[in-house]
Design a protein around this ligand. Sequence first.
Ligand SMILES: Nc1ncnc2c1ncn2[C@@H]1O[C@H](COP(=O)(O)OP(=O)(O)OP(=O)(O)O)[C@@H](O)[C@H]1O
Length: 368
Amino acid sequence: MMSYVKLENIWKEYEEKKRKVQVLRGLNLEIEKGEFVVILGPSGEGKTTILKIIAGLLRQDKGHVYLRGEVVDDLPPKDRRVAMVPQNYAIYPFMSVYDNIAFPLKVMHLSKDEIKKRVLEVARMLRIDNLLERKPSQLSGGQMQRVAIARALVKGADIILMDEPLSNLDAQVRVVAREELKQLQRDLKPTIIYVTHDQVEALSLATKVAILHDGVVQAYGDPMEIYKRPNSAWVGSFLGNPPMNIIRGEIEGDSIIIDSYRIGLPEEYKNLVKNGQKVLVGVRPEDMEIRNSGEIEGKVEMVEDLGPYSIIHLKINEETTIRVIEKSLSRRERGEKVRISIDTSKVVLFDASSERNLLEQYEKVSKK
Ligand SMILES: Nc1ncnc2c1ncn2[C@@H]1O[C@H](COP(=O)(O)OP(=O)(O)OP(=O)(O)O)[C@@H](O)[C@H]1O
């Protein structure tokens, strides 16, 4: 299938006060029509830069941008049929909702009738046709978002770029706006590329998530799939809050030795590892349990009570502190010794030096 948006080997460097910053380093990304892709990455890693390059507001140093199957490197922003919804929505406070949506069409010098027709059409589609007379100050966060999207769609854009659009909303409004956005994307099926550093947003909105780090996409795919089976230790510990625990271990027969403790080797790795091999054991906090029969011993360092559950920080050796989720509100004391049992069927193993998922390396080799 042809990809609708394709970034091919994109490089971008900024120069600031004679200092060069290489932000994108050969980035590749392919997005299909109607997909909701969330680009997730730490602050300052180049997420906004990617959007600007797709919109044509910024030129890449190297590589190519394809939209709808064609190279658009030399196409100005207005001809790309891409709309960028900025962080604050850029809605003019003194204009009515109608005038806000109509604004880009007025700039295009369309006739009054044509403008009216298009504004009504898109307003009906987004169910804001009853709000057209209002001023932005009379709108909720979710309605504001729909106005911003209406203004994008009215120009005929079918690729919508959103740069942390919910970051200015308070927590409750944000949840509603997120649900609305998800529904709207399901109904209207525009291709959305959405940038955030908020994990919850990424996991709940995306049909696919692209994890950005060091100027390239580190992992790309179904969010839960990446969550469960991260391709590297970095991705595992970046995605998820609290993060995935990463513990050093060594293979011995059908076991993994962690210091003086022993846990079972997950079935799917049995043919991929050899005796004595050093590994990093990745295990999610929710896949561990404090229980008397547990395989590993740990010492309580800190307890975070969060209402429905607590996060227990446990020191298992000099270099490693892990986090375990306990659902019942526990009265754990600092310094208390506990046993931890690990659901080994959920464990992910990484190569100790490359930190790549051993399954992934195997898959690559066997595909060749
Ligand atoms: N015009 C510019 N000149 C110089 N440096 C820039 C310029 N624009 C961005 N940068 C730098 O490039 C890096 C990437 O910026 P970008 O805004 O793309 O990151 P981001 O991932 O969107 O960050 P955030 O999540 O904080 O918004 C940052 O270190 C930033 O300081």
